[in-house]
Each structure stands twice: as structure tokens, then as C-alpha cells.
Design a protein around this ligand. Structure first.
Ligand code: HEC
Ligand code: HEC
Length: 375
């Protein structure tokens, strides 16, 4: 009986799919976005997410009590910093463009060059990193312990007598797993709503999956195959004229263990090389998702490109040139797109963003002296 039902259903689905495919074929290799993976050792609860949200907006986990996560991932700025290179911890500048954290829950590897394997680990790097939060574990834990609301919340969510900074990162990660967008016009189109994309966006989708071959790298539900390529993004042009940027960059080269020669002479971000130390990986970056990019300008690891149209023009010209030209991907070739086709492609990329995500910022709880013995 069950078997017959399944067969009947399958036939009906196939028939619907065939009709859909005939009028408006959906390209292979792209898909609507489902719910994000949740790691078994950090399950989601509403209380944990609420705690993580406060810790994300509270500067309490940064060295100077100013550089919390939200300083560089501001909701009204696409949950990033709307500047080519992010500012950094006072006395430094950052050396890369700040990334949006919308949909970061789906990546297997985080950061522009995939240096971090989980949101939990990533939050720790961000809070402690010398050019980001510059926080120190013991100091951060003491601060948390001096906030009665946090003492209570860490006890309730994690069973902590004294808030543990490791648990703080778990709560922040859980909060970030709620910052996803799965109902963009593109998603609705892929789920079967033929009217979710405009005619121009449908033409853009055809180019994306066809003539422009963006799909070679921007594929799957995330529009990223999560591999690493050098697309020839040229170096950050403020580097030569800004001593603080040069110092920060040398600090990173040193901290990440590059050679003495690179430490002295490199002017360009070697990307994946930092992790692998393979010459062939110089200048390679993780393919970013194209979701939510309507709000996350400027673009690329160093924010060199201001608008989505600039990005499409960059690809139409066959990418750019950087210090590591020998590693440039052969998939990046001049495309010969007309102006109208460039507009179509931009319109399609815009369909990968839904409404802007702008939540109410939570109240940040106050510190109080610790109760002394006998109180
Ligand atoms: C000083 C600015 C700054 C602060 C503070 C900061 N970030 Fe970031 N964030 C960045 C920059 C810049 C990048 C890209 C860095 C890179 O690739 O090396 C980034 C990348 C990320 C990513 C990776 C996204 C992706 O697509 O891979 C996540 C997630 C993230 N930050 C979360 C956080 C959290 C959580 C905090 C607080 C604990 C935080 N950030 C604090 C600037 C900052
Ligand atoms: C060879 C693989 C590859 C191909 C093909 C490719 N991209 Fe990319 N794309 C990347 C990588 C890698 C980056 C990040 C480069 C960097 O920051 O240095 C990127 C970055 C982008 C960004 C910036 C995203 C952000 O958050 O800053 C956009 C937009 C984009 N690509 C759109 C496209 C479009 C449109 C096409 C087709 C015309 C395309 N890409 C073709 C690999 C590719």
C-alpha cells in the first residue's frame, strides 16, 4: 500500500518537475538554501541564542571594552564594515575586508582564506586576535563574572559557577547560526515559484550558469564551492602610503609564520598560502557566497571593488593581476559580455539577497561589584 503511494507521488513530482523544466529550466548545480548544520556538541536553545546575541553586541569580550563583534559586523552595514579594509584594534588597522556574518553558519571553513574550521573557533580568534578584539581569556572571564545577568545566564545555559569564555564563544556561534536567509527571490524561484525572478534576473541566471560560467566556482545552495582560487584581485592600493597598514601586515606575516624574505618584501596578501605554505597557494582565497551581497559592499578580500557591477566588469575583463600571477585560475578568462548582459548578471546577483536583516539591538547588561562573602 505504502509502496503504491510513494510511486504515485514520485510520478506526480516527476511530471510537475518536467513541466517546470520545460518552461523554465532550473540550472543544475544551484539549489535553494536549507537550514544550517548544527554541530552535535553545541545544540541550539533559545536561552543560549539570547546569551550569544548579547555577547555579540556587548564589547565586554574585547581588550579595550570597545571592539566587540558588532563594531566590525554592524547590522546596518551588511553585518560588516563598509570600507575596503576594516579598521582594526586601536593602534592597528585590519588587513582585510570585514565579511558579513549572515549565512556564515554554512561554511566549512571561515575567513577569506579559510583559516578557521568552526564558528566556535572563529569567535575565539576574533575576540583574541591582535588586530580585532585583542582580548585576554582571564580578563574576559572576570568581566563576565562581574555582570549578574551573565553569571545567571552562564549557570542556566552551561552550568557554569564562573562564566567560561569557551562557553561565551559557543553562545556567540549559536546566535550566528540564527543569522541566515533562506527565502530570497532566488530560493523561491528554485523551489518552484516561476514569478520570483524578473525576466532580466532569469537572463542573468542563464549567463551565470552558461556564458559567464560563474557557476564553475559559485555553485550549490551557498553559491560557493568552498574551494580556493586566485582570481587576480590586485593588491590593496592604500598599502604603500599607510605605515600603520604596513606594520599590521608585517605583524600578520610574522604571526602566521611566513619566510623572512616575505616578511620584508611582500606587498600583497598571499591568502591560502598562510595555512599551507605552498607557493602554488599564494593569492588564493575561499570562494565567497554571493548571498546577501546586495548589502555587503565593497567586495573582495581587500574591498578593491566598490559595486556588484564593478565585480562583473572585473570578471568580464578576465579578472585582474596581482603579485602571484603564476597562480591565477585558468577559469578566469575574458567573457565578452555586452553592457546589457552585465546588467542582467548584476540583477541576478541581487536576487540572492532578500530583505535587509535589521534586528532590535539587545540591552547590554550592567556590571556590579561581586557579592562578598556573607552577602
Ligand atoms: C576589528 C574588526 C573585527 C572585530 C572586532 C571582529 N571581526 Fe569578524 N571579521 C573581521 C574581518 C576583517 C574579517 C575577515 C578576516 C580575514 O579573513 O582574515 C572577519 C571575519 C569574520 C567571520 C568569517 C565570515 C566568513 O565568511 O568566513 C566571522 C564569522 C566573524 N568575523 C565573526 C566575528 C565575531 C563573532 C566577532 C566577535 C567575537 C568578530 N568577528 C569580531 C573584522 C572583525
Ligand atoms: C575560478 C573561480 C571563480 C569564478 C569562475 C568566479 N568567481 Fe567570483 N569569486 C571567486 C573568489 C576566489 C572570490 C574571492 C576573491 C578575492 O577576494 O580575492 C570571488 C569573489 C566574488 C564576489 C565578491 C563577493 C564578496 O563578498 O566580496 C562576487 C560578487 C563574485 N565573485 C561574483 C562572480 C561572478 C558574477 C562570476 C561570473 C562572472 C564569478 N564570480 C566567477 C571565485 C570565482
Amino acid at each position: 500500500m505504502t509502496r503504491i503511494t510513494i510511486t504515485a507521488l514520485t510520478v506526480a513530482t516527476l511530471a510537475a518537475g518536467a513541466a517546470l523544466a520545460e518552461d523554465n529550466p532550473r540550472p543544475e548545480g544551484l539549489a535553494a538554501l536549507g537550514p544550517p548544520p548544527i554541530p552535535a556538541d553545541n545544540p541550539m536553545t533559545p536561552e543560549k541564542v539570547a546569551l550569544g546575541e548579547k555577547l555579540f553586541f556587548d564589547p565586554i569580550l574585547s581588550g579595550n571594552y570597545v571592539m566587540g563583534c558588532a563594531a566590525c559586523h554592524e547590522p546596518a552595514a551588511g553585518w560588516a564594515v563598509q570600507a575596503p579594509i576594516s579598521f582594526g584594534y586601536p593602534g592597528t588597522t585590519h588587513w582585510r575586508n570585514s565579511q558579513t556574518i549572515i549565512n556564515s553558519a554554512y561554511y566549512g571553513k571561515l575567513f577569506w582564506a579559510g583559516a578557521s574550521g568552526s564558528l566556535e573557533h572563529q569567535a575565539r580568534s576574533a575576540a583574541r586576535g591582535g588586530v580585532a578584539g585583542n582580548g585576554e581569556d582571564d580578563m574576559m572571564e572576570s568581566r563576565l563574572a562581574f555582570v549578574p545577568e551573565y553569571r545567571e545566564a552562564f549557570r542556566e545555559v552551561f552550568g557554569d559557577d564562573w562564566p567560561s569564555v569557551r562557553h561565551a564563544y559557543m553562545a556567540i556561534a549559536a546566535y550566528q547560526r540564527t543569522l541566515v536567509q533562506t527565502d530570497t527571490p532566488f530560493d523561491n524561484y528554485m523551489r518552484g515559484d516561476d514569478d520570483a525572478l524578473t525576466e532580466q534576473q532569469k537572463r542573468g541566471l542563464d549567463l551565470f550558469a552558461g556564458k559567464a560560467n560563474c557557476i564553475a566556482c559559485h555553485s550549490g545552495p551557498l553559491l560557493s564551492n568552498e574551494a580556493y582560487y586566485n582570481t587576480g584581485v590586485p593588491p590593496y592600493d592604500g598599502w604603500d602610503s599607510d605605515p600603520i597598514a604596513q606594520i599590521t601586515f608585517r605583524f600578520e606575516l610574522y604571526a602566521k609564520g611566513s619566510t623572512e624574505e616575505m616578511y620584508r618584501t611582500t606587498k600583497d596578501d598571499p591568502g591560502l598560502y598562510f595555512r599551507t605554505k605552498q607557493k602554488a597557494d599564494k593569492g588564493k582565497f575561499r570562494v565567497p557566497s554571493l548571498r546577501y551581497t546586495k548589502y555587503t559592499f565593497p567586495y573582495m578580500h581587500n574591498g578593491m571593488l566598490e559595486t556588484l557591477r564593478d565585480v562583473v566588469v572585473f570578471y568580464n575583463n578576465g579578472g585582474g593581476e596581482n603579485e602571484f600571477a603564476e597562480n591565477k585560475s585558468e577559469l578566469i578568462q575574458p567573457l565578452g559580455l555586452s553592457d546589457a548582459e552585465i546588467d542582467d548578471l548584476v540583477a541576478f546577483i541581487e536576487s540572492l539577497s532578500g530583505e535587509e536583516i535589521l534586528p532590535d539591538i539587545p540591552d547590554i547588561p550592567a556590571m556590579e561589584p561581586l557579592p562578598t562573602a556573607g552577602n
